[in-house]
Structure formats: C-alpha cells, structure tokens
Design a protein around this ligand. Sequence first.
Ligand code: FAD
Length: 256
Amino acid sequence: MQRKSSRSKYCMGELIEREDFSEDLAAFKFKTDQKLPFIPGQYATIGFEVNEKIVQRPYSIVSSPHEDFMEVFVELVPEGATTPLFWELKLGDSVYIRDRLVGKFVMDVDSGMTRHVMAGTVTGAAPYISIARTLKIEQEQGKANPHEILTIVGASRSWELGYYMDELNELAAQEEWFSFVPTVSRPWEDEKWEGESGRAEDVIRKYGDELGYDHTNSVVYACGHPQMIENSKAIWARARFPEERIKEEKFFVIKE
Ligand SMILES: Cc1cc2nc3c(=O)[nH]c(=O)nc-3n(C[C@H](O)[C@H](O)[C@H](O)COP(=O)(O)OP(=O)(O)OC[C@H]3O[C@@H](n4cnc5c(N)ncnc54)[C@H](O)[C@@H]3O)c2cc1C
C-alpha cells in the first residue's frame, strides 16, 4: 500500500493526547491544521512518512464532528507497516491525515427504522462512540433524537476498552435511548470482571431479543474483526434481518 502521494491531499494532525490502555491498544487525539467535516461512522486515512513516501491506513474516527480534535482508537499490529509508527508518537509529533474523511458505515437514517444494534470488537467500537457522542452533543444543543441504540462491544479483557468503558457505561446510565453491553471473551484472565462473558456475536441475539431490537424495527451493524462480522451476519440473517439492513465495516482480512 506504499505509494508516493501528493502532499497537498493531506493536512497535518498534531498529537495532543495519548492514552495507552494496554501494550497494544491506545487512543490518540490529534489537532488538525484544517477543519475536516465528516459524518459519524466515517474514517480518516492517516499516514506516516517512510523513506519519502507516505504509508497510510484507514482509521475509524472516535470523536464527534462537534469536537475540536480527531480521536482514533488503534490496535498495534507488531509486524504491521503503520501501527508501530503510532506507538512511536510523542505529544507534539505530527501525522499526515487525508483531507477527505470518507466511508459508508454511518447510521442508517433512510430506512425508516429508529432502532440500531451496533456490535464491534475492541477498536471496532470507534464508529459507534462517534455516533453516540454526536447524538448526545446534539441533544444538549436541543436537537430531538428519535433513535435508540444498543451497542455491544467484545474484547478479550475488560481493560482493553480503556476509558471508553466508562464513557459508554455513563452514557447508558444517563440516556434511555442508549444501551451498552460490554462482553469479555477471556473472563479467566479478568477475574474481577462481573459483566457479560463471551464474544460479541454470542450475545447479540440475547440482548437484541431482550430489549426488543428485531427485524421489524432495527438496523444492525458489525465492525472490526472479520470473523465476528461473518458470525454476526449469519445470526442476524437467521433472525430474519434483510440484507440491506445488515451493515458491516471489516478492519482487515484474514490471510489463509
Ligand atoms: C474502514 C477501516 C477502518 C479501520 N479502522 C481502524 C481503527 O479504528 N482502529 C484500528 O486499529 N484499525 C483500524 N483499521 C485497520 C487499519 O486500517 C490497519 O489495517 C491496521 O491498523 C494495521 O495496519 P498496519 O499498517 O500496522 O498493518 P499492515 O501492514 O497493514 O498489516 C499487516 C497484517 O496484519 C493484518 N491485520 C491488520 N489489522 C489487524 C488486526 N487488528 N488484527 C490482526 N491482524 C491485522 C493485515 O491483514 C495484514 O495481513 C481499519 C480498517 C478499515 C478498512
């Protein structure tokens, strides 16, 4: 994916905050030198200069368009071309950010459905956090919100979600329109964890049914690990969700 690109397609993002949740999961906040409009759920293409070329990858945006920074939640792929460069970043360092923020994985407001089940694996929570933050901010600005959201996020261990765990739990406690189910797939490595256990796809049906999110009223979304997405799509198809109301954003492909 390395290629020489015109620098004029990029703006610069200065790292203003970084929080490491574990040795391979961290949140990064950048201050961009241009305002970049986007719809919650879209992604930024972030690049690093390597041997005079820009190596770039897409990252779903965690922050809301109403916030004055761009936040991403990144998992380190130790043998990867880009993520080890994120891990070298110190406050004040800059990255390249493509000046067009794009993507189709946004809340479906055209289907007529007002309920949304949003399932993700760890960093796959990013677009959902952006959507939820935006609805909350717009509600505070006086905008009516007809939507209800059930967000289910799977991680191996609870601390991998870092401060997003508290943010989403707090939002769920405050807002009737938002429900949050974090689930841990390695509870034996997370002894204090008292919440749900299993992978995200293991519990999407249970909570969807319990809270009344079904094929007659909802759009469903899966984001992150490709295997979770395939498993979730099959479960939702069996629950009679039509294909056009099953949305997906795969972060990578599994090599055979
Ligand atoms: C639309 C979109 C949004 C994305 N949003 C995010 C995001 O918010 N946060 C985030 O961390 N990543 C996100 N990704 C993945 C990201 O773009 C990179 O692919 C990833 O960070 C690895 O980049 P790399 O250059 O370090 O590794 P590469 O050199 O690109 O990859 C090395 C190998 O690792 C595999 N791989 C890539 N990611 C993973 C992974 N997470 N686990 C296991 N194997 C992997 C690749 O398939 C490849 O075989 C997104 C991808 C897409 C398409």
